[in-house]
Design a protein around this ligand. Structure first.
Ligand code: GAL
Length: 722
C-alpha cells in the first residue's frame, strides 16, 4: 500500500453480524451457525476475541486447526471476518509463569485470574507476548480472503483501565521524565510546595495510591493521562506488527462510547476505522438521547468518516443489576439510530447466546430457543431490511452544531477531591447540553477544543476546565470568523498543570467571553437556586449595549426579566463580573447571587461568545439554546419531543434523512415533498399524506432520500400531530 493511502474495511455492504465464539460450541453447531447467519443476512463476524488459550494451549504450541475450519465454513457462506488478534485476555499458563503481569488495584491488591483482561498494560512480559501473538495471527491469516479487518484486543480499559502495580509506577516515572525532563520540571508542574511534596529522586514518585489525605491533583491528572497513554502504547505495538505483516488491512479496536478513562481522540488517530460498542439501557426510555452524543463522537473521531457499531445487544445484557430485554422493534430502531449517525452497519454481541459462563443470560442474535427465538426472528427481518439501506454506505452525516469533548478537562474536573463541588459532573453536563440541542432538532458532532470548527454554525463547550492559550485562540478565531460559541461553567479555570490562570477563570477565555469569575458558588445539596433569562427580543441583531452605571453590569435596552419563576439551578453558580459591552442574558434569581449575571453574551465583529455560568435544568438549557440558535440563524423545533430524532447522511447528490420514533406514541412530522422512503414497505406501517407529512408509529422509522439541499432537511413535528 502506498504510504498514507487510507485502509478500509473489506466489505462492500453495510456490515451485519456479531461476535462469534465457536470455541464454546461443538463443531456440528458451526455448520448450523453458518447456515443461519446466511439466512439472517450476516456478512461479518468478529472472532476469536477471547480464544488465546484455545489457540496456544501451551507456550509456543499453536492449534490453528479449529479456527482454520471455522473461517473456512464461514467463508464458504461468503461471511467475512473481523479478525481479533485474540489478545483481549491472557492464557492461565502465561499468568502463572509471570504473576507479576497481573494488575493491582488502588489499594495495592493484586487482582486474580478468573475473569478477563487480567494484565497490567505496562507489563513488559504481557507486551512481549501480545506482539508475538499478534504476529502469529497476522502470519497465519493475513492472506486469507475472508479477512476484512483487524480487531485489536477488545474494549481497552473495560475492566482494567488503571493499574497501580510496581511496573506501572516505574512506567509512570518514565512517562513523567519524558514529559518534564528533570525533577525541577516535575516539581514545578506539580506545585509540590503545597503540603511539602517536593521530590528529590525519581524513585520517590509512585502512581497515586490511596494516601493519608487528598492527593496532589496534578499527580492525579498526570496519572489519568499516563494510564490512557499506556493502553495506547499497547494498541500501537499491535498496530505496528499488523502493519508490518499485513500493510493493506485496516485495523480497529472497539471503543466504549463516551468512556472517561481513555482519550479516544488519541486512539482514533492511530487506527483506520472507528468502531464502538453501545448498550443503551432498554429500561431507560430516554437512552437514545445520550446515545446520539456517543455516536456524534464516533463519527467525529476521524473527521466525519463512517464508523461501525461493532457491538450492541439484540435484547437484554447481563451486566446491569436489572437487565431488561428490548421490546419488539427496539433492536431495529436502535440499530437504525447508529446507522443514521454514520455507522456503516450494525453488529452485535453476540451471534449465538451462550450456554454457560458469565454471559449466558446476555441476549444474542440467535437466542437460546434457536431459530424460533424472538431475537432471531427480529435479526433476520432486520438483516433483510438492511439491504435497502445500501445507498447510505459511505455517506456522511451533516451537522451544523459541534460539541467540544476534552478528556483533560473531564479528568481534571472529575477528580475525587479538592474541587469546589463534587456535584458538577462533566459527562452529565455534556449530556445535558446535547439533550437540549437534540430536542431542538440538532444532531451534534464532537470536536476537539482546538477545532477544526469550520463548517459549524454553532460550537458548544459544556466544560473546558483545563484551557490553554492554543485552545482559547482557536475558539476566538472561530468567533472572529462569525461563529456562535457557547461556553459552560467552570471553564478556563486552570492550565495543563492544574495551575489556576492568572486572574482566575475563565483565564485565556476572558476577553472572548467578556466576563470574569470572582468566585465559584456551588449550590448546597438539597437546595435549588433559580436563574431567570432576560427577554432579549431581537436576538442576533448587532447593537450597542448600554451599561448600567455603578453595577458594572450591562443590560439590554428595554430588557426585562421573565415573569415566571425562572429555571432551577440545583448544582452550580458563579459570581460573575461582566466587562463593558457584554450583555446579560440571564440572571440568578435566588440565593446569594440573586440579581447577578448568570448567562451572558459578548458580540465580536461577526460572531458571538456566550457564557452559561450555571448548570440549568433541562427547560433552562432549552430556553438558552433557543435563544442561541435564533442568534445563529439556525432553525429550532417549536414543539419538542425527545422521541423524535432526525439525522441526515449525504453524498454529493442525495440527502438520506433518517426519521426515528424512539417512543411509544405515533408521531407525525413534516417531510420534504417528493422524498422516497428507502425502507418503504418495511416493517412499519408508515402513512404518507398528500401534504408531505408522515406518521411514524411507535418505534417506526423512515429513511427519506431527497435531492441534496444546501442544508440537511430540518424535520419538525407536524401541526397535525395531536
Ligand atoms: C462488551 C464486551 C463483550 C461482551 C459485551 C456484553 O463490553 O466487549 O465481550 O462482554 O460487553 O455486553
Amino acid at each position: 500500500m502506498a504510504d498514507g493511502a487510507p485502509r478500509s474495511i473489506r466489505l462492500d455492504a453495510l456490515a451485519y453480524g456479531g461476535d462469534y465464539n465457536p470455541d464454546q460450541w461443538p463443531e456440528e453447531v458451526w455448520l448450523e451457525d453458518a447456515r443461519l447467519m446466511r439466512e439472517a443476512g450476516v456478512n461479518l463476524v468478529s472472532l476469536p476475541v477471547f480464544s488465546w488459550p484455545q489457540l496456544e494451549p501451551e507456550p509456543g504450541v499453536y492449534d490453528w486447526s479449529w479456527l482454520d475450519r471455522v473461517i473456512e465454513i464461514l467463508w464458504n457462506e461468503g461471511i467475512r471476518i473481523d479478525l481479533a488478534t485474540a489478545t483481549a485476555t491472557p492464557p492461565s499458563w502465561l499468568i502463572r509463569s509471570h504473576p507479576e503481569m497481573l494488575p493491582w488495584n488502588e489499594q495495592g491488591q493484586r487482582l486474580e485470574f478468573g475473569s478477563r483482561q487480567a494484565y497490567c498494560p505496562s507489563s513488559p512480559v504481557w507486551r512481549e507476548h501480545v506482539v508475538r501473538m499478534s504476529r502469529a495471527m497476522a502470519e497465519r491469516y493475513g492472506e486469507h480472503p475472508a479477512l476484512a479487518l483487524w480487531h485489536i484486543s477488545n474494549e481497552y480499559g473495560d475492566h482494567v483501565a488503571r493499574c497501580w502495580c510496581p511496573e506501572s509506577s516505574a512506567h509512570f516515572r518514565r512517562w513523567l521524565q519524558a514529559r518534564y525532563g528533570d525533577l525541577d520540571g516535575l516539581n514545578d508542574a506539580w506545585g509540590v510546595n503545597v503540603w511539602g511534596q517536593r521530590y528529590t529522586a525519581w524513585e520517590h514518585i509512585e502512581a497515586p495510591r490511596q494516601a493519608t489525605g487528598p492527593v496532589n491533583p496534578t499527580q492525579l491528572l498526570d496519572f489519568e493521562r499516563f494510564s490512557s497513554d499506556a493502553l495506547l502504547e499497547l494498541f500501537q505495538l499491535e498496530i505496528d506488527v499488523l502493519r508490518e505483516v499485513t500493510p493493506d488491512v485496516a485495523v480497529t479496536t472497539n471503543f466504549m462510547s463516551l468512556f472517561r478513562e481513555l482519550d479516544y481522540w488519541t486512539f482514533a488517530e492511530v487506527e483506520d476505522l472507528v468502531t464502538d460498542d453501545a448498550y443503551p439501557d432498554p429500561a431507560d426510555p430516554h437512552a437514545h438521547v445520550p446515545a446520539a452524543l456517543n455516536y456524534g463522537l464516533m463519527r467525529s473521531l476521524k473527521g466525519g468518516q463512517p464508523w461501525l457499531l461493532l457491538e450492541q445487544a439484540a435484547s437484554a445484557v447481563s451486566w446491569r443489576d436489572v437487565n431488561v430485554p428490548k421490546a419488539p422493534g427496539r433492536m431495529r430502531i436502535d440499530s437504525l439510530q447508529a446507522i443514521a449517525h454514520g455507522s456503516d452497519g450494525a453488529m452485535f454481541f453476540q451471534w449465538r447466546q451462550a450456554k454457560y459462563g458469565q454471559e449466558k443470560f446476555h441476549s444474542a442474535m440467535l437466542g437460546h430457543r434457536g431459530e424460533a427465538s424472538r431475537s432471531f426472528q427480529e435479526t433476520k427481518a432486520f438483516g433483510a431490511e438492511l439491504e435497502r439501506l445500501a445507498p447510505v454506505r459511505g455517506t456522511r452525516v451533516r451537522s451544523r452544531v459541534a460539541l467540544v469533548v476534552d478528556w483533560d478537562s473531564w479528568w481534571g474536573s472529575s477528580a475525587p477531591e479538592s474541587l469546589p463541588s463534587q456535584r458538577l459532573d462533566w459527562l452529565a453536563q455534556a449530556r445535558a447540553w446535547n439533550a437540549a440541542l437534540y430536542e431542538l432538532g440538532h444532531p451534534v458532532d464532537a470536536v476537539r477544543a482546538t477545532g477544526p470548527f469550520d463548517g459549524y454554525d454553532l460550537v458548544v463547550v459544556p466544560n473546558l476546565y483545563i484551557a490553554d492559550v492554543a485552545q482559547a485562540a482557536a475558539l476566538a478565531d472561530y468567533v472572529a470568523a462569525g461563529g456562535q460559541l457557547v461556553v459552560g461553567p467552570f471553564s478556563g479555570v486552570v492550565d495543563a498543570t492544574e495551575k489556576v490562570h492568572d486572574g482566575g477563570a475563565p483565564g485565556p477565555l476572558r476577553d472572548l467571553l467578556g466576563v470574569e469569575v470572582d468566585e465559584h458558588w456551588p449550590v448546597p445539596d438539597g437546595h435549588a437556586e433559580r436563574v431567570e433569562l432576560v427577554s432579549v427580543g431581537r436576538v442576533g441583531a448587532q447593537r450597542r449595549i448600554e451599561t448600567t452605571a455603578g453595577e458594572g453590569l450591562d443590560t439590554l435596552a428595554g430588557a426585562r426579566y421573565s415573569t415566571g419563576e425562572g429555571y432551577a439551578n440545583p448544582i452550580w453558580g458563579e459570581w460573575l463580573e461582566v466587562h463593558d459591552g457584554t450583555e446579560v442574558v440571564g440572571r440568578y434569581a435566588s440565593g446569594e447571587l440573586a440579581g447577578r449575571a448568570a448567562v451572558t453574551r459578548r458580540m465580536h465583529v461577526d460572531g458571538t461568545a456566550w457564557y452559561v455560568s450555571a448548570v440549568l435544568e433541562s427547560a433552562g438549557m432549552l430556553a438558552v439554546f433557543r435563544t442561541v440558535l435564533a442568534a445563529a440563524n439556525l432553525p429550532a423545533r417549536e414543539r419538542t419531543d425527545t422521541d423524535l430524532e432526525a439525522v441526515t447522511r449525504s453524498d454529493e447528490t442525495t440527502d438520506y434523512t433518517f426519521l426515528l420514533n424512539h417512543g411509544r406514541h405515533e408521531l407525525t412530522v413534516d417531510v420534504p415533498e417528493g422524498a422516497v422512503d428507502l425502507l418503504g414497505g418495511g416493517l412499519d406501517t408508515l402513512r404518507y399524506s398528500t401534504d408531505a407529512t408522515l406518521t411514524l408509529p411507535s418505534f417506526g422509522a423512515a429513511v427519506l432520500a431527497s435531492p441534496r439541499a444546501a442544508h440537511a432537511p430540518f424535520i419538525t413535528l407536524s401541526d397535525s400531530t395531536d
